[in-house]
Ligand binder design. Structure first.
Ligand code: NCD
Length: 306
């Protein structure tokens, strides 16, 4: 059974296909309104989420399907001690496809290994978040027309930010990419991401603590929230949380066609004054995420039916 747990589960050609489908959904929404009639998506979210869960659910409704939803671990059998493996087996009896978020790294893989329907990882701890990356890729595609030869700055919590790990993994597969990793010393990109993505593909990257220094060179700036829930102590979080705040003043040094992104939720990393800047793409990114999730649900259900 085909599941999507991490970005390498999808080839670049399949990502192109998903982008084509998402584009076609935008152009011809009525043609998709009944494509999942009679099918059910289960959303199992054992960690807080607003947009990812609602994005999956809106995606399924727009395809004419139905949704079963578990929104917190406390109200599910997980609180009685049920394993992820058992939960996956049980939900497979009710739903045709599962989207799951869990605070433990690897939980979605365990679910996929035990489910009899496709499982989509909607975020596993500080590990990865492939469908956010699909949203991010579609945004970059729409704004920049493609992925080659871009200088992409990733700024903030690169250590715990799972969206960053998946995005670097995905973008590393395109030619001529250049990465600028902007973070405090304590929140640098984990070495496994550097080894598996950047070094394995010989891609140029530079690490800096200064957003100001990086700004003029960037085509894309991906801001992230400091991931409070992954810190062992609150003092470190409080010290690091406002390391980077993007303001109109800082953007004065940026390219005129910079694409500013953020997976959201935003805490303090982008001042609201930036929202009026035409380069701000983070709310469009939310919308694009829904279309890419529609495309992914369609693909996995079609493959499961073969
Ligand atoms: C991200 C996540 O859950 O990792 N949110 C999301 O899915 N859009 C980013 C975050 O929580 O900071």
């Amino acid at each position: 059974m085909r599941s999507v747990i991490d970005i390498p589960d999808l080839s670049p050609a399949e990502i192109d296909e998903l982008i084509d489908t998402a584009q076609d959904i935008i152009d011809h929404p009525a043609a998709y309104a009944d494509r999942c009639r009679g099918k059910k998506l289960a959303t199992l979210f054992f960690e807080p989420s607003t947009r990812t869960r609602l994005s999956f659910e809106a995606a399924m409704y727009e395809l004419g399907g139905a949704v079963l939803s578990v929104t917190d671990a406390a109200s599910s059998s997980a609180s009685k001690g049920e394993s992820v493996a058992d939960t996956a087996k049980v939900i497979s009896c009710y739903a045709d496809i599962i989207a799951m978020r869990h605070p433990k790294e690897g939980a979605a893989l365990v679910a996929a290994n035990n489910a009899t329907v496709p499982v989509i990882n909607a975020g596993d701890g500080g590990h990865c978040h492939p469908t956010q990356t699909l949203a991010d890729l579609f945004t970059i595609f729409r704004e920049k027309g493609g992925f080659s030869g871009l200088t992409v700055g990733l700024c903030g919590d690169l250590k715990f930010g799972r969206t960053v790990h998946s995005l670097i993994n995905a973008l590393s597969r395109y030619d001529g990419m250049n990465f600028v990793l902007i973070s405090p010393e304590e929140l640098k990109l984990p070495s496994y991401v550097k080894e598996e993505s950047l070094k394995a593909r010989g891609l140029p990257y530079r690490q800096t603590t200064s957003l100001e220094d990086a700004m003029p060179s960037l085509d894309v700036l991906y801001m992230t929230r400091v991931q409070r829930e992954r810190f062992f102590n609150e003092e470190d979080y409080l010290r690091l949380k406002d390391s980077y705040i993007l303001t109109p003043q800082k953007l004065a040094a940026a390219k005129s066609d910079l694409c500013i992104m953020h997976p959201l939720p935003r805490v303090n990393e982008i001042s609201v004054a930036v929202d009026r800047d035409p380069r701000a793409c983070y709310f469009k990114q939310v919308l694009y995420g829904k279309y890419m999730r529609m495309a992914l649900i369609l693909k996995l259900l079609a493959e499961a039916a073969i």
